[in-house]
Write a protein that binds this ligand. Structure first.
Ligand SMILES: Cc1cc2nc3c(=O)[nH]c(=O)nc-3n(C[C@H](O)[C@H](O)[C@H](O)COP(=O)(O)O)c2cc1C
Ligand code: SF4
Ligand code: SF4
Length: 433
C-alpha cells in the first residue's frame, strides 16, 4: 500500500489530511473524534485572549442546486479560556501521540505577547505552531489577524518574535486579502518561518435579503464583512499556493488550504507544491467521515500512478506553471464536435456565435439531417463551446500539429529587440554580423 505519511518542516503526520483551524477543531472532544475518524492532523481553533462571538455568524452561497458552493463567516478566534484549551490539547496529544496537533495562535503584535503564548502552548505538548495572520474580520479591527498579515514588515517581525521563543516548527498562515501573496510569504521566510500555510478566508459579504434589506448574515439588523471559503475559493487558493511554490525566495514547505473537498482537490494542491492540505468547510458540510474518502481516493490514485508515496506527488506540476509571457504563441487547439454524441442542444453554437468567434456552423447532410461543425480555420481554441456543452465528450479540443517553432511573447520581444539593435547599427558594424 502507498505510503501516505507526510513531513511538513519536521512535523510528521500519518496522512496529509489535517483539519484547518476553525469550528471543527474547537475542543478536545472534536479533535479526538476527528483523529478516531482518520484525520492525520488538526490545527486547533486559534488561541489568544478569548473573545465574545456574535450569534448568527455563518452564511452560505448555494449555487444552482449545489449547497455550500461558498461559505461565509464572521466568527472570531476561540471564545474559550486559554487554560481550558491547553488542558484539552495536552489530553488530546497524550491520547493520540502519533497524530499531529498544531496550535494556531493570534496575539497583539508585541514581542512579549508572542513569547508568552508560544511558551505556554508548547508546554501543552503541541507538534508545531501556526501563526494566524489571516482572519479578515473582528480581530483585524483590533490590529491582529489580516490587519497585521497584510503588512510584510509586521509578518516578518512577529514571525521572528514567535521563533525566538519556539522550540517546535512555526507555520505562518497567510491572508489572501493582499495583492501579491508572495510579498507576505517572503516576509514570513525572512522572519524565520519553517513553513507557510494558505489561504485563510477572503473578504466577503454573502448577500442582502430582498425582503428585509438586511445583510446575510446579520446580527440584530446589522452586518459586517466576513471571510469566504469553501469550493468557490479553490482556484484562488491554488493559484496562491502555486505562486509561492514557484518563487525562489519562498523556499519553505507549504500547507495548502482553501476549498479542498475531495481527494482530487487535495492531489491538485500537492502537485502544485503543497506538502499537505488543511480542510475546514468540507468537514463542516459533511462531517469528519469525509476523511475516509480522502484517504481511499488518494491511496488508489497513488497505486494507479504506480507511486510509492505522497512525496512522489509533491510539486510535480510547479514547473508547468509559469508567466503568460512564457507560453508558446504558436501552440494551437481547435474544437471538434462528435456528431454521434451531440444532442444538438445548440448551446455551443450560441456561445461561439454570440460571445466568441462565430465559427460553429449548422449544416445539413444529404439525408436532410442537421448537424454542427466547427470551421477549424477560424476557431481560436478558446474552449468556450466545450465548457458550455452539457454532454461529456461531445466536443473535444484537438491539438493541431504546429507549423512553426515554439515562440513565447518573451522570446518574440527578445528577438524583436535584437533585430532593433541590429537595425540601429551602422553599415560598418553590420558587416561582421
Ligand atoms: C467558521 C470559520 C471559522 C474559522 N476560524 C478560523 C480560526 O480561528 N483560525 C484560522 O486560522 N482560520 C479560521 N478559519 C479559516 C479556515 O481555517 C480556512 O483557512 C478557510 O476556511 C479555508 O479553508 P476551506 O475552504 O476548507 O474552508 C475559519 C473558517 C471558518 C469557516
Ligand atoms: S473553441 Fe471557441 S472559437 Fe473555437 S468553436 Fe469553440 S467557442 Fe468557437
Ligand atoms: S453544446 Fe454539445 S451537445 Fe449541444 S449542440 Fe453543441 S456539441 Fe452538441
Amino acid at each position: 500500500m502507498a505510503d501516505l505519511t507526510t513531513n511538513l518542516a519536521g512535523i510528521r503526520s500519518p496522512n496529509p489530511f489535517w483539519l484547518a483551524s476553525a469550528p471543527p477543531t474547537n475542543t478536545g472532544y472534536q479533535v479526538q473524534r476527528a483523529f478516531e475518524a482518520g484525520w492525520g492532523g488538526a490545527v486547533w481553533k486559534t488561541l489568544g485572549d478569548p473573545i465574545i462571538n456574535t450569534s448568527s455568524r455563518f452564511a452560505a452561497i448555494h449555487f444552482n442546486g449545489q449547497r455550500v458552493a461558498g461559505f461565509n463567516n464572521i466568527e472570531l478566534i476561540t471564545d474559550r479560556p486559554l487554560e481550558v484549551n491547553l488542558q484539552e490539547i495536552y489530553e488530546t496529544k497524550k491520547r493520540f501521540p502519533n497524530h499531529t496537533l498544531v496550535a494556531s495562535l493570534m496575539v497583539e503584535p508585541k514581542r512579549d505577547k508572542w513569547h508568552e503564548i508560544v511558551k505556554r502552548v508548547e508546554a501543552a505538548g503541541v507538534d508545531g505552531l501556526e501563526l494566524n495572520f489571516g482572519c479578515p474580520h473582528g480581530m483585524a479591527e483590533r490590529g491582529m489577524g489580516s490587519a497585521s498579515g497584510q503588512q510584510p514588515d509586521l509578518v516578518e517581525a512577529q514571525t521572528a518574535w514567535a521563533k525566538e521563543a519556539a522550540q517546535t516548527p512555526v507555520i505562518v498562515k497567510l491572508t489572501p486579502n493582499i495583492t501579491d501573496i508572495t510579498a507576505t510569504a517572503k516576509a514570513a521566510v525572512r522572519g524565520g518561518a519553517d513553513a507557510i500555510s494558505l489561504i485563510n478566508t477572503i473578504n466577503s459579504l454573502a448577500g442582502v435579503d430582498l425582503d428585509t434589506w438586511n445583510t446575510i448574515p446579520h446580527v440584530g439588523g446589522k452586518g459586517a464583512h466576513g471571510g469566504y471559503c469553501g469550493p468557490a475559493v479553490k482556484p484562488i487558493a491554488l493559484n496562491m499556493v502555486a505562486e509561492c511554490a514557484r518563487n525562489n525566495f519562498v523556499y519553505v514547505p507549504i500547507s495548502g488550504i482553501g476549498g479542498i473537498a475531495t481527494w482530487k482537490d487535495a492531489v491538485e494542491f500537492l502537485l502544485m507544491g503543497a506538502s499537505n492540505v488543511q480542510i475546514c468547510t468540507a468537514a463542516m458540510h459533511h462531517g469528519f467521515r469525509i476523511v475516509e474518502d480522502l484517504i481511499d481516493g488518494l491511496t488508489l490514485y497513488l497505486e494507479e500512478k504506480e507511486l510509492e508515496s505522497v512525496h512522489d506527488l509533491i510539486g510535480k506540476s510547479i514547473s508547468k506553471f509559469s508567466d503568460w509571457g512564457d507560453l508558446d504563441l504558436n501552440y494551437a487547439v481547435v474544437a471538434r464536435i462528435d456528431t454521434d454524441t451531440c444532442i444538438e442542444c445548440n448551446k455551443c453554437h450560441i456561445a461561439c456565435e454570440d460571445t466568441s468567434h462565430q465559427c460553429i456552423e449548422r449544416l445539413t447532410d444529404a439525408a436532410g439531417a442537421t448537424y454542427l461543425q466547427v470551421r477549424e480555420e477560424d476557431c481560436v481554441g478558446c474552449n468556450l463551446c466545450a465548457i458550455v456543452c452539457p454532454v461529456e465528450g461531445a466536443i473535444e479540443m484537438v491539438e493541431l500539429p504546429s507549423r512553426e517553432v515554439p515562440m513565447s511573447w518573451n522570446q518574440r520581444q527578445a528577438a524583436l529587440a535584437e533585430l532593433g539593435a541590429v537595425s540601429e547599427l551602422g553599415d560598418q558594424d553590420k558587416e561582421g554580423l
